[in-house]
Design a protein around this ligand. Structure first.
Ligand SMILES: NC(=O)c1ccc[n+]([C@@H]2O[C@H](COP(=O)([O-])OP(=O)(O)OC[C@H]3O[C@@H](n4cnc5c(N)ncnc54)[C@H](OP(=O)(O)O)[C@@H]3O)[C@@H](O)[C@H]2O)c1
Length: 112
């Protein structure tokens, strides 16, 4: 049974990865999220698959990540095959020369 850990499955690409990877019932899929209660509800309503396990952890909080290891280990029998490091944010900043206001932003950075 291949085991997967996907970070940031509450929404967006992470939720879609969760959906697709868990389509195979042989896969054990752990989804890391900051808000477990809300994601549990969403997963139950939209996917409701026994091979999905939602675990709380904040990537910016080392202690919560350490605690999540104790929760995840028994789910995957202590053996993790794949980590999909999806969680993150998309910066609103763009350095592309053609993007609106790029020249001014560069100037602001250079001038401090
Ligand atoms: N969408 C694009 O076009 C695009 C393009 C290039 C790269 N990417 C990358 O692909 C990834 C997903 O993109 P997306 O569009 O699906 O983003 P999204 O809709 O904003 O979702 C981001 C996910 O990351 C989680 N997350 C953020 N900070 C976290 C933290 N400190 N600890 C745990 N979870 C955290 C969010 O959880 P919460 O619900 O708790 O906030 C959410 O589940 C990101 O890394 C992004 O940089 C996306």
């Amino acid at each position: 049974m291949p085991s997967y850990l996907i970070t940031g499955v509450s929404r967006g690409i992470g939720f879609e990865l969760l959906r697709q990877v868990s389509e195979d019932p042989n896969n054990v899929v752990v989804g890391l999220v900051r808000d477990k209660a809300t994601t549990d509800k969403k997963v139950l309503a939209e996917l409701n698959r026994p091979n999905i396990h939602i675990v709380q952890a904040d990537l910016a909080d080392y202690d919560s990540l350490k605690k999540s290891v104790d929760v995840v280990a028994p789910i995957i029998n202590g053996s993790l095959d794949y980590i999909i490091a999806n969680a993150g944010l998309i910066s609103k900043w763009s350095g592309r020369a053609g993007s609106p206001g790029a020249r001014e932003r560069y100037a602001g950075v250079l001038q401090g």
